[in-house]
Ligand binder design. Structure first.
Ligand SMILES: CC(C)(COP(=O)(O)OP(=O)(O)OC[C@H]1O[C@@H](n2cnc3c(N)ncnc32)[C@H](O)[C@@H]1OP(=O)(O)O)[C@@H](O)C(=O)NCCC(=O)NCCS
Length: 227
């Protein structure tokens, strides 16, 4: 039986714990054994029947076979993944039994697939990705490492999502569109054409999300400016 440690103990980590427990109940050959989290106030506490065992620094003192990172922020999740992978740590996929995964889909190590997510034929999903509750990754999508497809968002066929991108809650990306690395598609947006790297887009149709502070000086992200 593969013993799985969860990195982080916050809200998303508890979703990961629930997924792993449900996989175990459904007969998967793995068992979550607890969380590691650097918040000292959490040490010794329990969440979903699993203990918070200590900070990340004690990882080698705890016998385990694989890891899943339960941290929602993409940059933090990437940094921790790369640090641990460089030490030879193994990552496992956490996939809720209610998710529907095409038989030829390829899922990277450490990826979390939450309840009722759908991954359709020919899709390729990178390492350390979050496919959140009810998200739809249509056929022949390519999802980059460390990305997050948030709850209820829908990607049409042939969509490409770059490394570390966030597709916000309830957003829709039309077929064949590309979302650049580390970009953010705001909640509820409708993407109708390619989005460059490191952009935030919102609205229907999605446009770059800019904001203007009270002194009128343009600044990254404040109040929408349509371009
Ligand atoms: C788009 C987003 C990144 C903007 O964040 P932000 O720059 O901090 O935005 P603010 O909260 O300061 O809001 C600035 C303005 O944009 C508006 N706005 C924020 N998000 C918006 C969105 N998704 N669509 C349309 N307008 C939005 C706000 O109402 C506000 O408008 P106002 O200036 O007229 O009052 C963020 O709101 C968002 O949608 N993130 C996705 C979160 C998500 O889905 N996470 C996954 C959870 S599991």
């Amino acid at each position: 039986m593969k013993r799985v440690l969860i990195i982080g103990a916050g809200g998303h980590a508890q979703v990961v714990a629930d997924i792993l427990l449900r996989m175990h109940e459904a007969g998967a050959d793995l068992l979550p054994i607890g969380y590691l989290d650097d918040n000292p106030h959490l040490f010794g506490e329990w969440r979903l029947g699993l203990p918070i065992l200590g900070p990340l620094a004690v990882i080698d003192a705890i016998e385990h076979d694989a890891l899943v990172i339960g941290i929602g922020d993409n940059q933090t999740r990437k940094a921790i993944y790369e640090r641990l992978a460089a030490c030879g740590k193994q990552f496992t996929v956490a996939c809720h039994p209610s998710a529907i995964i095409a038989r030829d889909a390829v899922i990277g190590a450490g990826t979390v697939i939450a309840a009722r997510a759908v991954v359709n034929a020919g899709a390729r999903v990178g390492v350390n990705v979050i496919l959140n509750s009810g998200s739809i990754v249509e056929h022949h999508n390519c999802i980059g490492a460390h990305a997050h497809i948030a709850p209820g968002s829908t990607l049409g066929g042939g969509v490409v999502v770059g490394e570390g991108a966030l597709i916000g809650i309830g957003a829709t990306v039309l077929p064949q569109c590309t979302i650049g690395a580390w970009s953010v598609v705001g909640g509820g947006a409708l993407v109708t054409s390619a989005v460059d790297d490191h952009l935030v887009v919102t609205g229907i149709p999605a446009r770059p999300h800019m904001t203007v502070p009270r002194n009128g000086h343009p600044r990254h992200r404040r109040a929408h400016v349509r371009v």
